[in-house]
Design a binder for this molecule. Structure first.
Ligand SMILES: [Zn+2]
Ligand SMILES: [Zn+2]
Length: 348
């Protein structure tokens, strides 16, 4: 007998009819299960939200006083007779895969994920499922991330070199997720760390959620201005070219993103250095994660969807695309709804 699919694509989002709820809907709905607090996944305007407890602080800063139910990782929540649970996705603080179980059938929806280490969030946990809905932001064979240790040795060496030459080091990184991962990974003994207001407000959400980060200051809080010449400065990409940067004088600058793996990406951003640092799984990571679910039916969302669907089909999977309205890496902070945690104009 043929049952309808437990989850299907609609013009509002991915919909579970049996439980009458949506996962990361892009139009207003009654009940939304949210995988993580990036703006393209956690949108305003829904009546009720369900998300992982670790994302509570960030979601409240983004969405204001909404009806938000929080669940611990692995804690089952029954929605209209459908068993829903959230499992670590390793993407950003509080990011979750959504496991949906109904009449013996299990679907897992990844949201955004990465499989590499990140001290600022719970590590990715494979969820066994009959059907897996995976993202594919970096679903091309060219994307292969270097190790955490190699990446941070590179960032530290660049910062140290600039500090010795008496120049600040400015890193453009998205304010929710990447900025905190850089903070947690660098050698904080090299010099002071200054964060843009948009980053600092998210740092506070991380700290109040129990994630340790090194001391960070707003530029207005630094009394010894000469020390800025040894500083690491973390700012969202939207700060590039603004007068805020003028306070640091002749500084080295860098952009941190998975896209920096591509030739020409650094030049297009007009920065001295590109650090390949992503919130998403690379090509081997996607394959590893998909295999670990044990699913033989896979739906692919945002990113290099046709490439991934073709590759999965060549490996014997029943693979299809879901057409969604999520952004890619680096789109997530800046949507028409505004920059996550943005500060008022003229703030320090
Ligand atoms: Zn995301
Ligand atoms: Zn996404």
């Amino acid at each position: 007998m043929n049952r309808p699919d437990l989850v299907r694509q609609t013009d509002r989002g991915l919909y579970c009819e049996a439980g009458d709820f949506y996962v990361d809907p892009w139009r207003p709905v009654d009940r939304a299960v949210i995988t993580h607090a990036h703006a393209d996944h956690a949108r305003r305007g829904h009546v009720r939200y369900l998300a992982n407890s670790a994302s509570e602080q960030v979601l409240k800063r983004r969405l204001g006083d909404v009806s938000l139910q929080c669940a611990a990782y692995g804690e089952p929540v029954m929605i209209n007779g459908v068993r829903v649970s959230l499992h670590p996705a390793g993407h950003v603080l509080g990011s979750a895969q959504v496991r949906i179980e109904h009449r013996g059938e299990v679907w897992a929806l990844s949201g955004d994920y990465k499989v590499g280490p990140d001290p600022t969030c719970a590590p990715f946990e494979p969820v066994r499922a009959h059907v897996f809905v995976t993202e594919s932001t970096f679903g091309l064979p060219v994307y292969r991330w270097q190790s955490h240790a190699t990446l941070f040795a590179e960032i530290d060496a660049w910062w140290r070199g600039n500090a010795e030459a008496g120049r600040a080091s400015v890193v453009y990184a998205y304010s929710f997720g990447k900025a905190q991962r850089i903070l947690a990974g660098v050698d904080a003994g090299i010099g002071p760390i200054v964060c843009h207001g948009a980053v600092q407000t998210l740092n506070e959400a991380y700290r109040s959620s129990g994630v340790p980060l090194p001391a960070t200051q707003l530029v207005s809080e630094i009394a010894d201005k000469a020390s800025l010449r040894r500083a690491l400065v973390i700012a969202p990409p939207s700060a590039q070219g603004t007068s805020w940067l003028g306070r640091f004088g002749d500084a080295g600058d860098a952009f941190a993103s998975g896209w920096m793996q591509l030739r020409g990406a650094r030049r297009r951003r007009s920065v001295d250095r590109g650090f390949v640092l992503s919130d998403h799984a690379d090509w081997p990571g996607l394959q590893q994660a998909i295999a670990a679910t044990g699913a033989n039916r896979v739906f692919v969302t945002h990113g290099y969807v046709p490439v991934m669907v073709r590759w999965l089909a060549s490996q014997g999977y029943d693979a299809q695309a879901f057409d969604t309205e999520y952004g890619g890496e680096d789109d997530s902070d800046e949507t028409p709804q505004g920059v996550v945690g943005s500060e008022p104009p003229g703030a320090p």
